[in-house]
Design a protein around this ligand. Structure first.
Ligand code: PEP
Ligand code: MN
Length: 339
């Protein structure tokens, strides 16, 4: 349930309500706005019995949250969340572009990419070091060595780093080498992993599962938020369908649907979403036009030589062209892409 406090509620009245809720075993999520405080209380409301919270001093109203996801729902927070990573901003009128290779392949290559991205004005670089490959015989990423190259290149060019975490045992490494932790599509419902990143305060990019509904996607985000980490950026990356022309079907309608139901920023990955480099530009632009708060694009200095996802990676010159068009569409959408 949501407990909305009166604008005049005192600190003492708030504390009294909070301690009451805690004594009944509720998990508390506080949203302290300029105007008023909203308390999200998650727990078994039957424990309250006939002791209504509205009778507490300082309480304006008590509203049940009817959605299965609670902390990430618009019921809990009306305005869009702004998630800031370094100088990159996602949501609440801001849009950021993330780019980088599918996998970090060697030090020279990631430095080359970082230099070009910096020149283009990109603030966040992606790159996989622990790769979720379908085949155990495919390139699995460079592991910790890849994380170190990624961080070194990012630091050299003052970029933020996003990279995929697959195993909670690697969390300490990711705290050290990344600025945003990515939970990939294949792990969207790895609930233990979600809870573990929920205990951190580092921003998380949560990618939609290959066959997940929007409700399941938001429930996965709820696992993270329920542990107290609200720094979640949702990423639409295509869902499986019957057509084999594209790798996945990019669900751009997910953007307005999610935004109607949640305050979290939504970004789009047109690279995995289509699996085709000739579709990446148009789908990136369409995503921004549909209201996305960012896009994440796979780039490679030589896509034809990529160790993973070469078919969907664009080269750095192509990226520059797409980026300037993204900036134009962002302007039309009243989204600020500069800091
Ligand atoms: C990725 O972004 O590197 C990736 C593997 O994407 P997804 O989890 O969406 O397949
Ligand atoms: Mn990839």
């Amino acid at each position: 349930m949501i407990i909305v406090l009166k604008p005049t509620a005192t600190e003492e009245q708030k504390e009294k309500i909070l301690s009451k809720l805690k004594s009944y075993g509720f998990k508390i999520h506080l949203s302290e706005g300029v105007e008023r405080t909203i308390i999200g209380a998650i727990g078994d409301e039957r424990t309250l019995g006939d002791r209504p919270l509205v009778s507490f001093e300082g309480v304006e109203k008590v509203v049940p949250i009817l959605k299965p996801y609670k902390v990430v729902s618009r019921d809990f927070r009306k305005d869009d969340a702004l998630i800031q990573v370094g100088s990159a901003k996602f949501g609440a009128g801001y849009l950021s572009v993330i780019a980088g290779p599918c996998s970090v392949e060697n030090e020279e290559m990631i430095f080359n990419v970082a230099e070009r991205l910096k020149k283009a004005g990109v603030k966040v670089m992606r790159g996989g070091a622990f790769k979720p490959r379908t085949s155990p015989y495919a390139f699995q990423g460079l592991g910790v060595e890849g994380l170190k190259y990624l961080k070194k290149a990012a630091d050299t060019y003052n970029l933020m780093v996003v990279t995929e975490l697959m195993d909670p045992r690697d969390i300490d490494m990711f705290i050290e080498y990344s600025d945003i932790i990515q939970i990939g599509a294949r792990n969207m419902q790895n609930f233990r992993l979600l809870s573990e990143v929920g205990k951190l305060r580092k921003p998380v990019i949560l990618k939609r599962g290959l066959c997940s509904t929007i409700k399941e996607f938001l429930m996965a985000a709820e696992y993270i938020a329920n542990e107290g980490n609200y720094n979640i950026i949702l990423c639409e990356r295509g869902i499986r369908s019957f057509d084999t022309e594209t790798r996945n079907v990019l669900d751009l309608s997910a953007i307005p649907v999610i935004k109607a139901n949640s305050y979290l920023p939504v970004i789009v990955d047109p690279s995995h979403g289509t699996g085709r480099k000739d579709c990446v530009g148009s789908m990136a632009l369409a995503a921004v036009a549909a209201g996305a708060d960012g896009v994440m694009i796979e780039v490679h200095p030589k896509p034809e030589e990529a160790l993973s996802d070469g078919d969907q990676s664009i080269n750095l010159d192509e990226f520059d062209k797409i980026l300037s068009k993204i900036k134009n569409i962002a302007k039309i959408m009243d989204k600020s892409i500069e800091d």
